[in-house]
Structures are given as C-alpha cells and as structure tokens.
Design a protein. Structure first.
Length: 132
C-alpha cells in the first residue's frame, strides 16, 4: 500500500528518534495501535497530536503537519458555520410559531421602545435584560 505524506512523515520521525511504536505512543500519550494506524494512514491524528508531532519534526517536515492542521480547522470552521445556520433556522422557526407570538410581540415592542445605546452600554447585557 503506498503511504501518504503524513503517514510517511510520522514513521520517519519515530524512526529518527529510534523509538518503537510503543515508546513513541508513550511520548505522545497514545496507544501503540494508534501509532501503527497513523503510520499506515488508516487514521489521521487530531489537531493536538499533529501539533505535538510538528514539534518533533524537522523544518522540512513541518509543512505536512501544518497542511493537515489547516484542513482540520477549516472543516471545524465549516461545521461551526453549519451549526450557526441551524441555530438561526431554529430561532426563526420558534419566532414564527403562533404559540410564541405573545412573547415575540412583547420583545419586539420592548426593543422598539428601548433600543440599547451601544455607544455607552454593553448591547448584549441590554438585550438580555429585555428578555426578563
């Protein structure tokens, strides 16, 4: 099976340190079987382990870890955006539910009467106070 660059780099680092998979796992606080899976490319380390590995890497090897960390954080950002859209949609559905109309009307009126002065007050605190 051809190795991917990340798996290959992890194996190179371990071998350069002269450690067994078990010793390397102890260094990273992971199991030997996890090290084996990383080196085979069957699983990819999480961001924390990638950062630990990058600390052990030679300068030329660091790029592989930086790319994977960037990919993982990009995926997390995408998931955060999806979660925000889901929350917005739930809030919009809640506000559209006729059973919630009295509270929505009350808050809308209150917001119209007492718009928070964002130049002198904390707008989040002001808005939270309107929901009481």
């Amino acid at each position: 099976m051809p190795m991917n660059p990340l798996a290959e780099t992890i194996a190179k680092i371990r071998k350069r340190l002269g450690e067994s998979q078990n010793q390397f796992g102890q260094r990273l606080k992971i199991q030997q079987t996890t090290v084996s899976k990383y080196e085979l490319g069957t699983i990819v380390p999480g961001a924390f382990v990638l950062m630990q590995l990058a600390d052990l890497a030679l300068p030329a090897e660091k790029r592989v870890f930086a790319e994977e960390i960037g990919r993982q954080f990009g995926a997390m950002e995408s998931e955060a955006e999806k979660a925000a859209v889901r929350m917005f949609n739930k809030a919009a559905a809640w506000m559209a539910d006729p059973r919630n109309a009295p509270l929505v009307d009350r808050v809308t009126r209150k917001l119209g009467e007492e718009m928070p002065d964002t130049t002198t007050k904390n707008p989040i605190t002001e808005i939270q106070a309107l929901w009481v």
